[in-house]
Design a protein around this ligand. Structure first.
Ligand code: CUA
Length: 300
């Protein structure tokens, strides 16, 4: 299309130069009529028909795969003020829940189902393709293909409240084998491998488990296991923290993920991320914050 438009542009410029510089006298009405008919009707119709045919031919490949072809992982994402609920639906029927970070295999087209729990958000990974709105009450679909491994930035692209600009996420494109291994590790996590410790006890004592889920603990949150489970996205309260230690960022790409930022976010989330549903916990002592942060960071 670029080549074609360059050719046409060069032709139009040449005609304009010819008419304005070298042949500055009127042409006959017959010639003008023929010129308009061929140049203004037949030529564009031919070119646009050819381009449309080409685009229609490309389209099935760009479409999310249908049920008949559902061999890959589907990723369900629910936008919420101001974070992302992420569920990987695997072909074997199992699912892996995460939040605020998306992983996808290089070279495989992945279908995203996009919903919203509250306002209109917009799902956008500029390096990988176009944006798609997330609208309460409907499911939009988008398919993306990462051709190179790497970490890309995703961003909410629809103003959704005071912390809209802080509603982002890293999108990590991995080699397919690494991606499968990553999913396997998260699928097994439900066996609950973490010994109880002071950080976990504080987390539960403060009621964090009411909104946040951590598999293998009493923190069950209030999240659906994927949209397919038939529960409404509106029941989602807070991001799943089962593997928060392994994520690159916290607060939806707001801060790097380490024990210091985790402690800071827990104490002051209300001022770090204005308008978020999570209250700050300034009443916790620095030692208590460190215990919780260390436990969270250990959730790999
Ligand atoms: Cu969500 Cu802007």
């Amino acid at each position: 299309m670029t080549a074609g438009s360059l050719l046409i542009w060069a032709f139009v410029v040449a005609v304009a130069l010819y008419a304005s510089r070298w042949k500055r006298k009127p042409i006959s009405e017959d010639n003008a009529g023929r010129f308009i008919f061929w140049g203004g009707v037949i030529f564009p119709v031919t070119v646009l028909t050819a381009l449309l045919t080409y685009a229609l031919w490309l389209m099935p490949w760009l479409r999310p795969f249908g049920d008949e072809e559902g061999t890959g992982v589907r990723v369900e994402i629910v936008g919420s003020q101001f974070w992302w609920h992420v569920v990987y639906q695997r072909p074997d029927g199992s699912s892996v829940i995460s939040a605020n970070e998306i992983r996808l295999p290089v070279g495989q087209r992945i279908e995203f189902s996009l919903e919203s729990a509250d306002m209109i958000h917009s799902f956008w990974i500029p390096a990988l393709g176009g944006k798609m709105d997330m609208i309460p009450g409907r499911t939009n679909r988008l398919s993306l293909l990462a051709t190179r491994a790497g970490t890309y930035r995703g961003q909410c692209a629809e103003f959704c409240g005071i912390s809209h600009a802080y509603m982002a996420f890293p999108a990590i494109a991995m080699e397919p084998a690494d991606f499968e291994a990553w999913l396997d590790r998260r699928s097994l996590a439900s066996t609950g491998v973490w010994a109880a410790n002071a950080g976990q006890e504080l987390f539960l004592r403060e009621g964090c488990g009411t909104c946040h889920r951590v598999v293998g603990t009493d923190a069950t949150g209030s999240q659906p296991v994927g949209i397919a489970a038939g529960r409404t996205p509106a029941s989602i309260a807070g991001p799943d923290l089962s593997h928060i230690g392994s994520r690159l960022t916290i607060g939806a790409a707001l801060l790097d993920n380490d024990e210091e930022t985790l402690a800071r976010f827990i104490a002051h989330s209300a001022s770090i991320k204005p308008g978020s549903q999570m209250p700050g916990y300034p009443n916790l002592t620095p030692a208590e914050l460190r215990e919780i942060a260390a436990w969270l960071k250990g959730l790999q």
